[in-house]
Write a protein that binds this ligand. Structure first.
Ligand code: ASP
Ligand code: MG
Length: 425
Protein backbone atom coordinates (compact mmCIF):
# COMPACT_ATOMS: atom_id res chain seq x y z
CA UNK A 1 0.00 0.00 0.00
CA UNK A 2 1.28 3.44 -0.91
CA UNK A 3 0.21 7.01 -0.40
CA UNK A 4 -0.38 8.47 -3.84
CA UNK A 5 -1.29 11.98 -4.98
CA UNK A 6 -3.06 12.40 -8.31
CA UNK A 7 -3.30 15.76 -10.05
CA UNK A 8 -5.83 16.27 -12.85
CA UNK A 9 -5.72 19.23 -15.20
CA UNK A 10 -8.64 21.27 -16.46
CA UNK A 11 -9.17 19.14 -19.56
CA UNK A 12 -9.58 15.98 -17.46
CA UNK A 13 -12.13 17.85 -15.32
CA UNK A 14 -13.78 19.46 -18.36
CA UNK A 15 -17.27 17.93 -18.20
CA UNK A 16 -19.41 15.86 -15.85
CA UNK A 17 -18.64 12.79 -17.90
CA UNK A 18 -14.90 13.40 -17.65
CA UNK A 19 -15.19 13.99 -13.91
CA UNK A 20 -16.96 10.64 -13.59
CA UNK A 21 -14.06 9.07 -15.46
CA UNK A 22 -11.56 10.69 -13.09
CA UNK A 23 -13.59 9.30 -10.19
CA UNK A 24 -13.48 5.82 -11.72
CA UNK A 25 -9.71 6.03 -12.19
CA UNK A 26 -9.15 7.23 -8.63
CA UNK A 27 -11.51 4.56 -7.28
CA UNK A 28 -9.48 1.93 -9.15
CA UNK A 29 -6.31 3.10 -7.37
CA UNK A 30 -8.05 3.24 -3.98
CA UNK A 31 -9.51 -0.24 -4.45
CA UNK A 32 -6.02 -1.53 -5.20
CA UNK A 33 -5.21 -0.58 -1.61
CA UNK A 34 -3.59 2.83 -1.99
CA UNK A 35 -4.29 5.87 0.15
CA UNK A 36 -5.40 8.52 -2.33
CA UNK A 37 -5.24 12.30 -2.32
CA UNK A 38 -6.46 14.09 -5.44
CA UNK A 39 -5.72 17.67 -6.49
CA UNK A 40 -7.83 18.79 -9.46
CA UNK A 41 -7.72 22.01 -11.48
CA UNK A 42 -10.80 24.03 -12.32
CA UNK A 43 -12.87 22.74 -15.24
CA UNK A 44 -11.17 23.76 -18.50
CA UNK A 45 -11.83 27.39 -19.43
CA UNK A 46 -13.27 28.18 -16.02
CA UNK A 47 -10.36 30.23 -14.64
CA UNK A 48 -10.30 32.24 -17.87
CA UNK A 49 -14.04 32.79 -17.62
CA UNK A 50 -13.80 33.98 -14.01
CA UNK A 51 -10.92 36.34 -14.73
CA UNK A 52 -12.74 37.72 -17.78
CA UNK A 53 -15.76 38.46 -15.59
CA UNK A 54 -13.51 40.31 -13.18
CA UNK A 55 -12.11 42.32 -16.07
CA UNK A 56 -15.59 43.25 -17.25
CA UNK A 57 -16.36 44.69 -13.84
CA UNK A 58 -13.02 46.45 -13.43
CA UNK A 59 -10.73 46.57 -16.47
CA UNK A 60 -7.76 47.97 -14.55
CA UNK A 61 -7.71 45.74 -11.47
CA UNK A 62 -4.02 45.94 -10.57
CA UNK A 63 -3.51 47.30 -7.06
CA UNK A 64 -3.16 45.03 -4.03
CA UNK A 65 -6.77 45.45 -2.97
CA UNK A 66 -7.95 44.43 -6.43
CA UNK A 67 -5.51 41.51 -6.63
CA UNK A 68 -6.96 40.14 -3.43
CA UNK A 69 -10.41 40.08 -5.02
CA UNK A 70 -9.08 38.49 -8.22
CA UNK A 71 -7.85 35.59 -6.10
CA UNK A 72 -11.17 35.43 -4.28
CA UNK A 73 -12.88 35.04 -7.65
CA UNK A 74 -10.39 32.75 -9.41
CA UNK A 75 -10.18 30.33 -6.48
CA UNK A 76 -13.84 29.36 -6.88
CA UNK A 77 -13.15 27.35 -10.04
CA UNK A 78 -11.25 24.73 -8.07
CA UNK A 79 -13.84 24.70 -5.29
CA UNK A 80 -16.47 23.55 -7.78
CA UNK A 81 -14.11 20.87 -9.09
CA UNK A 82 -13.34 19.29 -5.73
CA UNK A 83 -16.99 19.16 -4.72
CA UNK A 84 -18.00 17.57 -8.01
CA UNK A 85 -15.20 15.03 -7.84
CA UNK A 86 -16.08 14.08 -4.24
CA UNK A 87 -19.69 13.57 -5.29
CA UNK A 88 -18.65 11.47 -8.26
CA UNK A 89 -16.46 9.29 -6.02
CA UNK A 90 -19.30 8.86 -3.56
CA UNK A 91 -21.50 7.81 -6.47
CA UNK A 92 -18.82 5.17 -7.18
CA UNK A 93 -19.39 3.85 -3.68
CA UNK A 94 -16.23 5.38 -2.23
CA UNK A 95 -15.88 7.49 0.87
CA UNK A 96 -14.60 10.86 -0.25
CA UNK A 97 -14.30 14.35 1.18
CA UNK A 98 -13.21 17.63 -0.38
CA UNK A 99 -11.38 20.63 1.06
CA UNK A 100 -10.46 24.05 -0.22
CA UNK A 101 -6.96 25.38 0.39
CA UNK A 102 -8.04 27.42 3.38
CA UNK A 103 -9.72 24.45 5.03
CA UNK A 104 -6.61 22.25 4.98
CA UNK A 105 -5.04 24.85 5.48
CA UNK A 106 -2.43 25.51 2.79
CA UNK A 107 -0.61 28.57 4.13
CA UNK A 108 0.91 30.99 1.64
CA UNK A 109 2.45 34.43 1.60
CA UNK A 110 0.26 37.39 0.59
CA UNK A 111 1.54 37.87 -2.96
CA UNK A 112 -1.92 37.73 -4.51
CA UNK A 113 -2.13 36.08 -7.94
CA UNK A 114 1.35 34.59 -7.48
CA UNK A 115 1.52 33.48 -3.87
CA UNK A 116 4.06 30.97 -2.60
CA UNK A 117 3.19 28.06 -0.37
CA UNK A 118 4.77 28.32 3.08
CA UNK A 119 3.34 25.32 4.89
CA UNK A 120 0.64 22.69 4.71
CA UNK A 121 -1.06 21.25 7.77
CA UNK A 122 -1.47 17.55 7.10
CA UNK A 123 -3.43 16.59 10.25
CA UNK A 124 -6.90 16.70 8.77
CA UNK A 125 -5.89 14.92 5.60
CA UNK A 126 -4.07 12.18 7.47
CA UNK A 127 -7.06 11.56 9.74
CA UNK A 128 -9.34 11.19 6.72
CA UNK A 129 -6.92 8.87 4.97
CA UNK A 130 -6.66 6.75 8.10
CA UNK A 131 -10.47 6.57 8.14
CA UNK A 132 -10.36 5.16 4.60
CA UNK A 133 -11.47 8.27 2.73
CA UNK A 134 -10.23 9.63 -0.55
CA UNK A 135 -9.25 13.24 0.13
CA UNK A 136 -9.71 15.86 -2.58
CA UNK A 137 -7.94 19.20 -2.20
CA UNK A 138 -8.29 22.27 -4.40
CA UNK A 139 -5.30 23.10 -6.55
CA UNK A 140 -3.99 26.61 -7.19
CA UNK A 141 -4.76 28.24 -3.85
CA UNK A 142 -4.17 28.77 -0.17
CA UNK A 143 -4.68 31.27 2.59
CA UNK A 144 -2.38 33.99 3.93
CA UNK A 145 -1.75 35.12 7.50
CA UNK A 146 -4.64 37.58 7.36
CA UNK A 147 -7.03 34.83 6.33
CA UNK A 148 -7.35 36.04 2.74
CA UNK A 149 -7.61 33.51 -0.07
CA UNK A 150 -4.58 33.53 -2.38
CA UNK A 151 -3.76 31.84 -5.68
CA UNK A 152 -0.44 30.51 -6.88
CA UNK A 153 -0.38 31.85 -10.45
CA UNK A 154 -1.65 30.26 -13.65
CA UNK A 155 -0.95 26.57 -13.83
CA UNK A 156 -0.48 26.57 -10.06
CA UNK A 157 -2.34 23.33 -9.41
CA UNK A 158 0.78 21.40 -10.39
CA UNK A 159 2.59 23.12 -7.55
CA UNK A 160 -0.29 22.47 -5.15
CA UNK A 161 -0.18 18.77 -5.94
CA UNK A 162 3.58 18.51 -5.46
CA UNK A 163 3.41 20.53 -2.24
CA UNK A 164 0.66 18.29 -0.87
CA UNK A 165 2.70 15.24 -1.85
CA UNK A 166 5.74 16.69 -0.09
CA UNK A 167 3.78 17.51 3.07
CA UNK A 168 2.34 14.00 3.20
CA UNK A 169 5.61 12.37 2.17
CA UNK A 170 3.67 10.64 -0.57
CA UNK A 171 5.28 7.73 -2.39
CA UNK A 172 4.57 9.31 -5.76
CA UNK A 173 2.82 12.30 -7.28
CA UNK A 174 1.15 11.54 -10.60
CA UNK A 175 0.37 14.51 -12.81
CA UNK A 176 -2.34 13.53 -15.32
CA UNK A 177 -2.28 15.84 -18.29
CA UNK A 178 -3.14 16.11 -21.96
CA UNK A 179 0.30 15.02 -23.15
CA UNK A 180 1.55 11.54 -22.38
CA UNK A 181 4.87 12.59 -20.90
CA UNK A 182 7.97 14.68 -21.39
CA UNK A 183 9.46 14.59 -24.89
CA UNK A 184 12.98 14.98 -26.21
CA UNK A 185 11.69 18.13 -27.88
CA UNK A 186 8.39 19.58 -29.08
CA UNK A 187 6.85 16.95 -31.42
CA UNK A 188 5.26 19.75 -33.44
CA UNK A 189 8.73 20.83 -34.49
CA UNK A 190 10.34 17.41 -34.70
CA UNK A 191 7.89 14.63 -35.53
CA UNK A 192 10.60 12.10 -34.55
CA UNK A 193 10.65 13.42 -30.97
CA UNK A 194 10.08 10.66 -28.50
CA UNK A 195 8.81 10.33 -25.00
CA UNK A 196 11.42 9.96 -22.27
CA UNK A 197 10.77 7.19 -19.77
CA UNK A 198 12.82 9.04 -17.19
CA UNK A 199 14.33 12.47 -16.92
CA UNK A 200 16.37 13.76 -14.02
CA UNK A 201 14.95 16.49 -11.90
CA UNK A 202 17.76 18.86 -12.91
CA UNK A 203 17.14 18.27 -16.60
CA UNK A 204 13.41 18.76 -16.13
CA UNK A 205 14.07 22.05 -14.44
CA UNK A 206 16.14 23.22 -17.41
CA UNK A 207 13.59 21.95 -19.90
CA UNK A 208 10.73 23.60 -18.00
CA UNK A 209 12.54 26.90 -17.65
CA UNK A 210 13.46 26.78 -21.33
CA UNK A 211 9.88 26.66 -22.40
CA UNK A 212 8.69 23.05 -22.33
CA UNK A 213 5.40 23.87 -20.74
CA UNK A 214 4.40 20.47 -19.42
CA UNK A 215 4.62 21.48 -15.76
CA UNK A 216 4.55 24.76 -13.91
CA UNK A 217 8.24 25.38 -13.21
CA UNK A 218 7.64 26.03 -9.54
CA UNK A 219 6.24 22.54 -9.14
CA UNK A 220 9.51 21.11 -10.46
CA UNK A 221 11.52 23.27 -8.05
CA UNK A 222 9.32 22.05 -5.23
CA UNK A 223 9.70 18.44 -6.25
CA UNK A 224 13.48 18.88 -6.30
CA UNK A 225 13.65 20.56 -2.94
CA UNK A 226 11.50 17.98 -1.17
CA UNK A 227 12.50 15.02 -3.33
CA UNK A 228 8.99 14.16 -4.41
CA UNK A 229 8.95 11.42 -7.05
CA UNK A 230 6.94 12.92 -9.88
CA UNK A 231 5.38 11.27 -12.91
CA UNK A 232 3.76 13.03 -15.87
CA UNK A 233 1.25 10.81 -17.65
CA UNK A 234 -1.72 10.93 -19.98
CA UNK A 235 -5.24 11.47 -18.74
CA UNK A 236 -6.54 10.11 -22.05
CA UNK A 237 -5.81 6.44 -21.42
CA UNK A 238 -9.04 4.57 -20.61
CA UNK A 239 -9.71 4.73 -16.87
CA UNK A 240 -9.78 0.95 -16.63
CA UNK A 241 -6.29 0.40 -18.04
CA UNK A 242 -4.42 -2.13 -15.85
CA UNK A 243 -3.01 -0.30 -12.86
CA UNK A 244 0.48 -1.82 -13.23
CA UNK A 245 0.67 -0.58 -16.78
CA UNK A 246 -0.62 2.86 -15.82
CA UNK A 247 1.87 3.11 -12.96
CA UNK A 248 4.75 2.66 -15.43
CA UNK A 249 3.47 4.97 -18.17
CA UNK A 250 4.42 8.57 -18.91
CA UNK A 251 7.71 10.09 -17.77
CA UNK A 252 9.19 9.67 -14.32
CA UNK A 253 11.22 12.58 -12.99
CA UNK A 254 13.95 10.96 -10.98
CA UNK A 255 16.71 11.85 -8.56
CA UNK A 256 18.94 8.90 -9.07
CA UNK A 257 21.29 9.35 -11.96
CA UNK A 258 21.02 5.75 -12.99
CA UNK A 259 23.05 4.10 -15.71
CA UNK A 260 20.42 4.51 -18.37
CA UNK A 261 20.38 8.23 -17.90
CA UNK A 262 24.13 8.48 -18.03
CA UNK A 263 24.15 6.87 -21.44
CA UNK A 264 22.16 9.66 -22.99
CA UNK A 265 24.58 12.56 -23.00
CA UNK A 266 21.88 14.90 -24.23
CA UNK A 267 18.31 14.19 -23.15
CA UNK A 268 16.45 16.94 -24.89
CA UNK A 269 16.49 20.00 -27.10
CA UNK A 270 14.64 23.00 -25.73
CA UNK A 271 13.94 26.30 -27.40
CA UNK A 272 12.55 29.76 -26.79
CA UNK A 273 11.12 31.45 -29.84
CA UNK A 274 10.26 34.87 -28.65
CA UNK A 275 13.45 36.63 -27.71
CA UNK A 276 15.01 39.89 -28.79
CA UNK A 277 18.68 40.87 -28.67
CA UNK A 278 20.42 44.17 -27.96
CA UNK A 279 24.03 45.21 -28.23
CA UNK A 280 25.29 48.32 -26.54
CA UNK A 281 28.32 49.21 -28.66
CA UNK A 282 31.38 50.98 -27.33
CA UNK A 283 30.60 51.41 -23.67
CA UNK A 284 33.55 52.61 -21.58
CA UNK A 285 35.18 49.54 -20.02
CA UNK A 286 35.13 50.50 -16.37
CA UNK A 287 33.63 49.14 -13.13
CA UNK A 288 29.87 49.51 -12.74
CA UNK A 289 28.93 49.46 -16.41
CA UNK A 290 27.11 46.12 -16.38
CA UNK A 291 25.23 47.28 -13.33
CA UNK A 292 24.34 50.58 -14.97
CA UNK A 293 22.91 48.83 -18.00
CA UNK A 294 21.22 45.83 -16.44
CA UNK A 295 20.23 47.59 -13.23
CA UNK A 296 18.21 50.09 -15.26
CA UNK A 297 16.60 47.29 -17.25
CA UNK A 298 15.76 45.35 -14.06
CA UNK A 299 14.22 48.42 -12.46
CA UNK A 300 11.79 48.53 -15.36
CA UNK A 301 10.83 44.96 -14.46
CA UNK A 302 12.24 43.52 -17.65
CA UNK A 303 13.72 40.03 -17.37
CA UNK A 304 17.11 39.61 -18.98
CA UNK A 305 18.08 36.18 -20.25
CA UNK A 306 21.44 35.71 -21.99
CA UNK A 307 24.22 38.20 -21.27
CA UNK A 308 27.56 38.52 -23.03
CA UNK A 309 30.29 41.10 -22.55
CA UNK A 310 33.12 41.26 -25.05
CA UNK A 311 36.81 41.90 -24.49
CA UNK A 312 37.63 45.56 -24.69
CA UNK A 313 39.42 47.59 -27.35
CA UNK A 314 40.87 51.02 -26.62
CA UNK A 315 39.03 51.23 -23.30
CA UNK A 316 35.64 50.42 -24.77
CA UNK A 317 33.64 47.21 -24.94
CA UNK A 318 30.41 45.81 -26.39
CA UNK A 319 27.70 44.46 -24.17
CA UNK A 320 24.88 42.21 -25.46
CA UNK A 321 21.82 40.73 -23.82
CA UNK A 322 18.44 39.24 -24.68
CA UNK A 323 14.93 39.84 -23.34
CA UNK A 324 11.49 38.50 -24.12
CA UNK A 325 10.21 39.92 -27.40
CA UNK A 326 7.23 41.52 -25.64
CA UNK A 327 9.70 43.80 -23.89
CA UNK A 328 11.53 44.74 -27.10
CA UNK A 329 10.26 48.30 -27.56
CA UNK A 330 10.44 49.21 -23.89
CA UNK A 331 14.01 47.97 -23.68
CA UNK A 332 15.02 49.81 -26.84
CA UNK A 333 13.54 53.06 -25.51
CA UNK A 334 15.36 52.64 -22.21
CA UNK A 335 18.64 51.99 -23.98
CA UNK A 336 18.35 54.96 -26.30
CA UNK A 337 16.87 57.48 -23.89
CA UNK A 338 18.45 56.56 -20.58
CA UNK A 339 21.28 54.07 -20.77
CA UNK A 340 23.17 55.44 -23.78
CA UNK A 341 23.44 58.97 -22.44
CA UNK A 342 24.23 57.74 -18.92
CA UNK A 343 27.02 55.38 -19.95
CA UNK A 344 28.45 57.24 -22.89
CA UNK A 345 27.91 54.27 -25.18
CA UNK A 346 28.52 54.93 -28.88
CA UNK A 347 25.60 53.05 -30.39
CA UNK A 348 22.80 50.56 -29.74
CA UNK A 349 21.91 47.82 -32.18
CA UNK A 350 18.97 45.49 -31.81
CA UNK A 351 17.37 42.45 -33.37
CA UNK A 352 13.79 41.58 -32.41
CA UNK A 353 13.85 38.26 -34.25
CA UNK A 354 16.19 35.90 -32.51
CA UNK A 355 15.59 32.67 -30.65
CA UNK A 356 17.45 30.48 -28.20
CA UNK A 357 18.08 26.79 -28.74
CA UNK A 358 19.53 24.61 -25.99
CA UNK A 359 20.79 21.11 -25.53
CA UNK A 360 20.09 19.73 -22.08
CA UNK A 361 21.58 16.63 -20.51
CA UNK A 362 22.98 15.43 -17.24
CA UNK A 363 25.57 13.47 -19.23
CA UNK A 364 27.23 16.75 -20.17
CA UNK A 365 28.72 16.80 -16.68
CA UNK A 366 30.90 13.83 -17.49
CA UNK A 367 31.45 14.05 -21.24
CA UNK A 368 33.71 16.37 -23.16
CA UNK A 369 33.11 17.74 -26.63
CA UNK A 370 29.35 17.99 -26.33
CA UNK A 371 29.21 21.73 -26.97
CA UNK A 372 31.71 21.35 -29.84
CA UNK A 373 29.42 18.79 -31.44
CA UNK A 374 26.54 21.23 -31.12
CA UNK A 375 28.55 23.97 -32.84
CA UNK A 376 29.66 21.60 -35.59
CA UNK A 377 26.08 20.54 -36.26
CA UNK A 378 24.96 24.15 -36.54
CA UNK A 379 27.85 25.08 -38.79
CA UNK A 380 27.07 22.17 -41.11
CA UNK A 381 23.62 23.69 -41.50
CA UNK A 382 25.14 27.11 -42.15
CA UNK A 383 23.58 28.58 -39.04
CA UNK A 384 25.40 31.50 -37.48
CA UNK A 385 25.68 31.53 -33.70
CA UNK A 386 25.26 34.99 -32.17
CA UNK A 387 25.66 34.21 -28.48
CA UNK A 388 26.54 31.18 -26.37
CA UNK A 389 25.89 30.40 -22.73
CA UNK A 390 26.53 27.23 -20.80
CA UNK A 391 25.75 25.66 -17.47
CA UNK A 392 26.80 22.30 -16.13
CA UNK A 393 24.01 20.44 -17.92
CA UNK A 394 23.06 22.84 -20.72
CA UNK A 395 24.50 24.71 -23.68
CA UNK A 396 22.38 27.42 -25.27
CA UNK A 397 22.91 29.37 -28.45
CA UNK A 398 21.17 32.48 -29.66
CA UNK A 399 20.47 32.35 -33.40
CA UNK A 400 18.31 34.03 -36.02
CA UNK A 401 14.70 33.03 -35.48
CA UNK A 402 14.28 31.84 -39.04
CA UNK A 403 16.70 28.95 -38.41
CA UNK A 404 15.07 27.73 -35.23
CA UNK A 405 13.26 24.70 -36.59
CA UNK A 406 16.21 23.71 -38.73
CA UNK A 407 18.53 23.94 -35.72
CA UNK A 408 16.26 21.95 -33.44
CA UNK A 409 15.82 19.19 -36.03
CA UNK A 410 19.50 18.99 -36.85
CA UNK A 411 20.51 18.83 -33.18
CA UNK A 412 17.82 16.29 -32.39
CA UNK A 413 19.26 14.08 -35.10
CA UNK A 414 22.93 14.59 -34.37
CA UNK A 415 22.56 13.78 -30.68
CA UNK A 416 20.81 10.54 -31.54
CA UNK A 417 17.45 11.53 -30.19
CA UNK A 418 15.55 10.55 -33.35
CA UNK A 419 14.69 6.98 -32.51
CA UNK A 420 11.90 4.72 -31.48
CA UNK A 421 10.51 4.91 -27.99
CA UNK A 422 11.59 1.33 -27.33
CA UNK A 423 15.26 2.16 -27.56
CA UNK A 424 15.21 3.90 -24.23
CA UNK A 425 12.95 1.38 -22.53
N1 ASP B 1 -7.07 26.70 -12.80
C1 ASP B 1 -5.82 27.38 -12.73
C2 ASP B 1 -5.39 27.87 -14.10
O1 ASP B 1 -6.12 27.71 -15.05
C3 ASP B 1 -4.75 26.56 -12.10
C4 ASP B 1 -4.38 25.31 -12.86
O2 ASP B 1 -5.16 24.81 -13.66
O3 ASP B 1 -3.30 24.78 -12.63
O4 ASP B 1 -4.37 28.45 -14.25
MG1 MG C 1 -1.44 22.90 -16.32
Amino acid sequence: MALIVHKYGGTSMGSSERIRNVAKRVAKWARAGHQMVVVPSAMSGETNRLLALAKEVSPAAIDAAAMRELDMIAATGEQVSVGLLALALQAEGMQAISYTGWQVPVKTDSAYTKARIESIDDARVRADLAAGKVVIITGFQGIDDEGSITTLGRGGSDTSAVAVAAALRADECLIYTDVDGVYTTDPRVVPEARRLHTISFEEMLEMASLGSKVLQIRSVEFAGKYRVPLRVLSSFTPWDIAIDEEAKSGTLITFEEDEKMEKAVVSGIAFNRDEAKFTVVGVPDKPGIAYQILGTVAEANIDVDVIVQNVSHDGRTDFSFTVHRNDYQRTLDLLKNTIMPATGALQVSSDPKICKVSIVGIGMKSHVGVAAKMFRTLSEEGINIQMITTSEIKTSVVIDEKYMELAVRALHRSFGLDATDEQTA
